[in-house]
Design a protein around this ligand. Sequence first.
Ligand SMILES: [Zn+2]
Length: 122
Amino acid sequence: MADLTEQQEDVILEQAENIRNARANRAREAERKVDARLVGGPGFTPAELVYASHTRCRCGAGMAYPKGIGGRGMWQCSSVLERSPSERAAKGRDLHTEAMPFVFWSVHAERNDGTGPTTRPA
Ligand SMILES: [Zn+2]
C-alpha cells in the first residue's frame, strides 16, 4: 500500500464504504421481506429455512429460521414457519415449543454444505 498516494487511498476507502453500505441495505431489505412473511405471509419452503442440527420442537419438527432473518431473529418450529397442514390442524393446542430468540438461545444450525446432522425433513 506504500505505493498509493493519499488521494488514491481515499478513492479506495470511499469505494469500500459504498460496498459496505450496499451490503447493509441488501441485508435490511432481506430482513424486511422475511419480517413481512412472518406476519401472515405465505409459508416458507424448506429451501428458504436454516434448520437446527439437533434441536426439535415439542411437536417433533426441527427448529428453524428463515434465511436472511438477521440478528434480531429467532428459532421457531419449522412446521409453523412452513404453515404445514399438521401445524394448521394443531392450531390452538399447546403443541409447539415457544420461539427461541437468538439473543437468548445458542442452537447449533445444520451445516450449509448439506453434510452432517440436521432436523431438515428428508
Ligand atoms: Zn412444532
